[in-house]
Write a protein that binds this ligand. Structure first.
Ligand SMILES: [Zn+2]
Length: 195
């Protein structure tokens, strides 16, 4: 079983300030969270920077990801290390991710820039039910959505500043292997928790 923060921004997101080095250092020294998905807004640069730095540390896993500002709301892609071509309709982004065996997550569905109930129209793979920067009520609505859609519920801090890292995490029944992690999430072998 691994514990992962599945929604993290680096300074490569225009609205975030976290240095890639901070992420790898804190992940390495963290007592129980050992995997992190780098999900910058519409860019993959931060992921590659963190990945490069992580090579110098043992026993941590950096999961490729990106948060796409689709026309209808934010989508976090996990297991995808490329930027989808425009236009970013929800369908185009989902097709792009699935062609690369990635997962599509409805990020903070009931906050601003979330998909809301419209998530039900799309072939998404998971719902973010515990977002570190959402209120308890908004997370609860997201959990109801995940249950209605019979989809796995995920947790991510959505950290934009270093002090917001690791506030919540996903507990996944998998080893430190990306494919295994993505498969386990699809099979709903995942729970969410607060640190
Ligand atoms: Zn985000």
């Amino acid at each position: 079983m691994i514990r992962a923060d599945l929604h993290i921004h680096t300074m490569f997101s225009p609205d975030a300030s976290i240095r890639p080095k901070t992420i790898v250092e804190q992940l390495f020294t963290h007592s129980h969270i050992k995997a992190a998905a780098i999900t910058d807004h519409n860019t993959i640069k931060g992921y590659y920077k963190v990945l490069e730095l992580a090579k110098n540390y043992s026993d941590i896993l950096i999961i490729p990801g990106i948060e796409i500002s689709s026309i209808c709301g934010d989508l976090v892609l996990l297991g995808v290390a490329e930027v989808p071509p425009q236009s970013w309709t929800v369908e185009n982004v989902i097709d792009f991710a699935h062609e690369r065996d990635g997962l599509v997550v409805a990020a903070h569905p009931y906050r601003a820039f979330g998909l809301g109930d419209s998530a039900k129209k799309y072939e998404i793979d998971a719902v973010e039910i515990l977002n570190g920067s959402c209120s308890q009520q908004l997370n609860m609505l997201a959990e109801i959505l995940a249950n209605e859609m019979a989809l796995p519920g995920l947790a991510g801090s959505d950290a934009h500043r270093a002090d917001e890292l690791w506030t919540v995490y996903s507990e996944i029944q998998a080893s430190m292997d990306l494919d295994e992690i993505l498969r386990a999430i699809k099979r709903r072998l995942v729970k969410v928790a607060r640190t």
